[in-house]
Design a binder for this molecule. Structure first.
Ligand SMILES: NC(=O)c1ccc[n+]([C@@H]2O[C@H](COP(=O)([O-])OP(=O)(O)OC[C@H]3O[C@@H](n4cnc5c(N)ncnc54)[C@H](O)[C@@H]3O)[C@@H](O)[C@H]2O)c1
Length: 346
């Protein structure tokens, strides 16, 4: 639908599209299931596992390029089976998915700085890894939900209240940052086409700047909190006027659970984020210094790569179809995160 007052695509709020769909994949209770999580040792995966093991069994499939699992206390949990493997290895993936009711595919090279250093590996893991994961899920049989993880980077440099109807933007070829977005966008197409062509009950999630305890990669909140707690300078790229909406990790876990349990999710991509927690990077740094009672200075550094100037999601579609609503405001989420880092990292 086109909202002519703004000249752009809007999610048609009010229409209960969810009710209009045939419930072919109904799975209302998340209990007694076996769920494979590729990239489950990472930041989001470790939080998802924490939620899922309340009544389900989880198979973590990860090459441990990153590891948030070890600091979570979940590694040896009786409901968690850890398989060390690479998503580029189809046979190992297929074996790990045997007997699983659902697959959450998180494995990826993530984080702008890591992507800039490894653009080819980034594409390989996204493109081939996701193809392998979809093919394994299709052929192993019994998989009733496949959740593909895309990114809000698919909206490019200027993304204000973007909906899933808005055009995605592919940045200039040769800029390593955009290789991540292009590859992730391809995974969405793959997931949708596995659904259309083979009937695999797949959907995609586009996370918008997730933060919280146990973030192991780069990320402004992680970087700022660790520095603030050490009393070191917080380094802000350029003038710090870039705008982001920050989403606490528990909220994206809610979004994933809704995608797992609501059959209406199948065949869709969803923005998952928290538009109410929107600030400039400079003000984020100031907030973290204030909330952690730190004396750290904020310093500015020229960043030679393309940056995203503004990124704020519309979450209307996720609200209408999934019943999703972000619950944790920025101050509360930052306080919880600071508390965790204070106990674990300093
Ligand atoms: N955190 C965010 O703000 C954010 C934003 C947009 C998209 N995402 C996407 O969400 C997903 C999870 O992100 P995260 O923040 O937990 O990242 P993360 O880096 O903490 O987790 C990714 C996991 O994938 C694993 N992995 C990497 N390559 C692999 C391979 N070849 N085989 C098997 N495992 C491999 C890593 O070891 C890691 O445990 C990723 O797909 C990421 O691109 C995250």
């Amino acid at each position: 639908m086109l909202d002519s007052s703004r000249g752009r695509a809007r999610w048609p709020s009010g229409k209960n599209i969810a009710l209009a769909l045939t419930p072919r994949y109904r799975w209302p209770m998340l209990e007694g299931r076996r769920i494979a999580i590729t990239g489950g040792a990472g930041f989001i995966g470790s939080h998802l596992i924490e939620r899922l093991i309340q009544g389900n069994r989880v198979v973590v499939f990860d090459n441990f390029h990153r590891d948030a699992l070890s600091s979570s206390g979940l590694y040896d949990h009786p409901s968690v089976q850890v398989v060390k493997g690479d998503v580029l290895d189809t046979d190992a993936l297929r074996k790990a998915m045997e007997g699983c009711d659902a697959v959450v595919h998180l494995a990826s090279i993530a984080g702008v700085d890591t992507v800039l250093k490894n653009p080819v590996l980034t594409m390989r893991v996204s493109l081939l890894g996701t193809l392998n994961a979809l093919e394994a899920a299709r052929t192993v049989g019994g998989v009733r939900r496949f959740i593909d993880f895309s990114t809000s980077e698919v909206f490019g440099r200027y993304a204000y209240q973007v909906t899933e109807f808005d055009a995605t933007t592919l940045g200039a070829v040769g800029e390593a940052r955009w290789t991540y977005a292009v590859a992730k966008l391809a995974t969405e197409h793959l997931a949708m086409n596995y659904h259309k062509q083979f009937g695999l009950p797949a959907c995609s999630i586009r996370p918008f700047n997730i933060y919280g305890p146990r973030q192991v990669g780069e990320g402004a909140v992680h970087h700022f909190i660790v520095r603030a707690l050490r009393g070191e300078p917080l380094v802000v790229h350029n003038d710090g006027s870039q705008i982001r909406a920050w989403c606490y990790v528990d909220d994206i876990v809610d979004g994933i659970i809704a995608c797992l349990t609501r059959d209406e999710a199948v065949g869709h991509a969803f923005n998952i984020g928290n538009p109410r927690s929107t600030v400039t990077i400079y003000n984020l740094a100031r907030e973290i210094v204030r909330l952690s009672s730190s004396g750290s200075p904020i310093v500015f550094e020229k960043w030679p790569h393309p940056d995203v100037e503004i990124r704020v999601p519309s979450i209307e579609k996720a609200r209408d179809i999934l019943g999703y609503q972000a619950k944790v405001d920025l101050e509360e989420g930052l306080l919880r995160t600071i508390h965790w880092y204070r106990r674990h990292r300093t």
